[in-house]
Design a protein around this ligand. Structure first.
Ligand SMILES: Cc1cc2nc3c(=O)[nH]c(=O)nc-3n(C[C@H](O)[C@H](O)[C@H](O)COP(=O)(O)O)c2cc1C
Length: 361
């Protein structure tokens, strides 16, 4: 009850102020504890050599500077992704830059990679001990960088000893030119250079590397991305995260701020991001694992991502709307689903409905 009261109070504050307050209270341990279901071994998931105690993670952008890793894992998340982090600290775009679309259960943000930079975040992560689940580091490029790819390569080296996995975020809509890295020529060049950093450097980067893509890629762009990931990206990319926020504005949006510039997340992103997830799953034919993100807000939407082809899932906006008990609620729901259907693990469901979600059934 106390936790629900605190959560409701945050909604009366300006969105970025509420976010900063949530980070502060999680950091100081002042957030009321939530009741978690007993760990269920059937939910344990292995991806790219890592063990995830459950398949639900906190997506990038919530904990940009790695301040609340332990607190998020204590809320039941099986893993968390810090960042996006850029080599140099960066203030991001002018405020206001986060908008709550309440009637749509959505958010538009144009933060623009505000973060404390590699050095500060690296030091903070170095101090973490005894993590309950994998901690990923999501890498980006500084707005003023004249070589985006070298910014990602620097990140791989700086965080090599503290990250459990990496995400190359080439899909944020809020850094001009960044999403261009998804185009075939740029992506092929980027993955070649990342491969040189992973394997050619004196200390190889052995941590898995995931590539995070936008939901705004059409079929031809998805064909190119999959082809390049399997060719230039062989031995370089260990999985894909699908998806980041969208620059599209579905006609269903009702909230006042629906035309604000930036990336849209939450409920209206569920359909487009799940469609792209399913399309990539079908194209990959099992070659790489996928992490499904976009519009998860309950056990049904988490199960849908798995049915569309995800091995792991992440959530951000659903957590803002549903509050700190969300991970626990989804985990209990997943266990109950396994009980009801006499399943030993979620892997039996993976990709089962990919054709329907891809619009091919
Ligand atoms: C306020 C905000 C900030 C975000 N910042 C980042 C970021 O820094 N890096 C990134 O890869 N994704 C970022 N995202 C995108 C999320 O990680 C996620 O891909 C997207 O919001 C879809 O999931 P959701 O519908 O559960 O929110 C951000 C999302 C929000 C709402």
């Amino acid at each position: 009850m106390i936790s629900s009261f605190l959560h409701q109070s945050l909604f009366h504050l300006e969105p970025e102020t509420a976010h900063n307050l949530a980070i502060r209270s999680l950091k100081s341990g002042l957030y009321p504890r939530v009741r978690l279901p007993k760990a269920d071994l059937r939910l344990e998931t292995r991806v790219a050599g890592l063990r995830f105690p459950n398949p639900l993670g906190m997506a990038a952008g919530f904990d940009k500077n790695g301040e609340v890793v332990d607190a998020l894992l204590d809320l039941g998340f099986g893993f968390t992704e810090v960042g996006t982090v850029t080599p140099l600290p960066q203030k991001g775009n002018p405020a206001p830059r986060i908008f709550r679309l309440k009637e749509d259960c959505a958010i538009i943000n144009r933060l623009g990679f505000n973060n404390e930079g590699h050095e500060a975040v690296g030091k903070r992560l170095d101090r973490l001990r005894g993590r309950k689940g994998p901690v990923g580091v999501n890498l980006g490029a500084n707005k003023t960088s004249d070589d985006f790819v070298s910014d990602y390569c620097k990140g791989l080296k700086v965080f090599n000893s503290v990250a459990d996995y990496f995400t190359l975020n080439i899909s944020s809509p809020n850094t001009p030119g960044l999403r261009g890295l998804q185009n075939k020529y740029q992506l092929a060049e980027m993955l070649t250079r990342v491969g040189e950093t992973r394997h050619g450097f004196s200390k190889p980067i052995q941590k898995p590397v995931f590539l995070k893509i936008a939901p705004d890629n059409d079929d031809r762009a998805l064909d190119d991305i999959v082809k390049i990931v399997l060719n230039e990206g062989a031995g370089v990319i260990d999985g894909l995260i699908i998806s980041n926020t969208t620059i599209a504005r579905p006609s269903s949006l009702r909230s006042r701020d629906k035309n604000e510039q930036g990336g849209l997340s939450g409920r209206p992103l569920f359909d487009p991001s799940t469609k792209v997830l399913a399309k990539v799953y079908l194209r990959l034919e099992g070659a790489l694992p996928l992490i499904g993100v976009g519009g998860i807000e309950n056990v049904q939407t988490a199960l849908a991502k798995i049915r569309a082809g995800a091995t792991l899932c992440q959530v951000y906006t659903g957590f803002v709307y549903q509050g700190p008990g969300l991970a626990g609620t989804i985990l209990s729901g997943l266990s109950a689903y396994l009980d009801q259907h006499h399943l030993k693990s979620l892997s039996d469901l993976r990709g089962q409905d990919a054709r329907q979600f891809a619009g091919q059934a």
